[in-house]
Design a protein around this ligand. Structure first.
Ligand SMILES: Nc1ccn([C@@H]2O[C@H](COP(=O)(O)OP(=O)(O)OP(=O)(O)O)[C@@H](O)[C@H]2O)c(=O)n1
Length: 403
């Protein structure tokens, strides 16, 4: 048995779950992404399971064993069973009876093969039992070994059951695949692309951000762009070379992927693009705020003083992104010392806080109101321009401004 599989099965919470739910006429197996990841050698954070037992029986057995069943999606046959604080999603085997393109109408079943065959990709259609045996009805093991993403059965049919699978294909391709994408899958994804228009923007955003975070994001976005799918979901044009250069720079600097920065690299030409992406992808306020800040005018790379001003105004995380984008936009080498220096500025210099506020101004005879705000702003600008001195005579500056 492979190391990761042994490790998954030895985990004590999972062992208790198996003890409670497996046997006496029913069987429970690990399903989907967790089996895929274990076969690829990583121990998954989240483990979903499939079982022949009906939801009521899952609940009954879980309670009898002192575990906590929570009916999270009972109409789909899913019960979340919490073992000492660790949740597992347990779903009764299913077979499809009809679909409307977004929501599969399902009936419970007892057939493992049928359940495997209604899943999306061969790499996701495997089951792992408590003895460590992998049950493969769809050729998933060899596709994992070959790092190949293929739909189970007919690609078009699979996509019509849930159009999100078009984007899931690119996500799994970016994360796991070697070589070129599967021809049949790609063809079906293009032919069925209009279906993407029916998906909720939240679901699209999750897939795109996960794809951006993946190892081969640049390759996936090349294809998404070439096939018109990028335009369809974002309403914009992809800056492919910029995403690729960012990726290279990240590799050389040993950076972890940052999906929002990568989205900024591939999606922003002008500041308005940030607003469109927020709208089209229902970005959170925080994500949208970062995107807007990253869409700012070209980075002033003339020297340390201007870098400090930028760091002060943007804060360290956004500053970092602006330097990364400025670096690639300037066409500078990843070895360029000046850019490396700019990037490490936050390690050497912490932006000071503007030392005065409304109370100080009141003391100097300024009334509360809009004037106070604009005077504070003017003082702050003078302090920034002077290089953030800690001994500025703000009283005297104020007198000069008020003239
Ligand atoms: N549109 C979908 C979504 C999910 N699945 C199946 O449901 C499993 C769980 O889906 P999900 O949690 O979305 O993805 P994972 O494969 O677990 O991947 P990850 O957790 O890495 O996102 C998948 O493995 C796949 O078998 C599917 O067939 N079709």
């Amino acid at each position: 048995m492979m190391g990761a599989i042994r490790q998954v099965l030895a985990e004590r919470h999972l062992a208790r779950l198996f003890e409670a739910l497996d046997g006496q006429g029913e069987e429970i197996r690990i399903a989907g992404g967790a089996v895929r990841d274990a076969l690829l050698g990583t121990v998954p954070d989240e483990i979903d399971l499939a079982t022949t037992a009906l939801p009521d029986e899952i609940v009954r057995r879980a309670e009898a064993a002192g575990l906590k069943p929570v009916p999270t999606g009972i109409e789909h046959g899913t019960v979340t069973v919490v073992v000492d604080g660790r949740p597992f999603e347990v779903t009764t085997l299913r077979r499809d009876v009809e679909t409307d393109g977004r929501h599969a109408v399902v009936a419970f079943g007892r057939d493992w093969e049928e359940d495997a065959k209604r899943r999306d990709f061969t790499i996701n259609g495997l089951f792992l039992d408590r003895e460590g045996q992998v049950h493969d009805f769809i050729g998933g093991k060899s596709d994992i070994e070959a790092r190949r993403i293929r739909f189970i059965g007919d690609a078009t049919t699979r996509i019509r059951e849930d159009y999100l699978r078009i984007l899931r294909f690119f996500r799994f391709f970016a994360r796991y695949a070697d070589g070129d994408p599967d021809e049949e899958a790609l063809h079906a994804a293009i032919a069925e692309r209009e279906g993407l228009l029916n998906l909720s923007r939240e679901r699209i955003r999750v897939e795109l951000l996960k794809t951006l975070a993946a190892r081969r994001a640049a390759d996936a976005f090349d294809i998404l762009s070439e096939t018109g799918l990028f335009g369809l979901v974002t309403g914009g044009i992809a800056r492919l070379s910029r995403l690729r250069r960012l990726w290279e720079l990240e590799q050389i600097l040993g950076r972890r992927p940052d999906p929002v920065l990568r989205l900024a690299a591939v999606g922003l030409f002008v500041e308005d693009d940030a607003e469109r992406l927020r709208e089209r992808l229902r970005l959170s306020n925080e994500e949208a705020g970062r995107l807007r800040a990253l869409a700012g005018p070209p980075f002033d790379a003339s020297g340390e003083a201007s870098s400090k001003v930028l760091l002060y105004r943007l804060g360290a995380p956004t500053y970092d992104g602006r330097v990364m984008l400025g670096w690639i936009d300037a066409g500078a080498s990843p070895m360029d010392f000046a850019w490396r220096d700019r990037l490490t500025l936050p390690e050497r210099w912490t932006a000071p806080r503007f030392p005065i506020g409304g109370t100080d101004l009141s003391r100097w005879g300024v009334d509360k109101g809009p004037e106070m705000g604009s005077l504070l702003k003017a003082l702050e600008e003078r302090w920034i321009a002077a290089g953030f001195p800690d001994d500025m005579d703000f009283g005297a500056e104020l007198a000069r401004i008020r003239g």
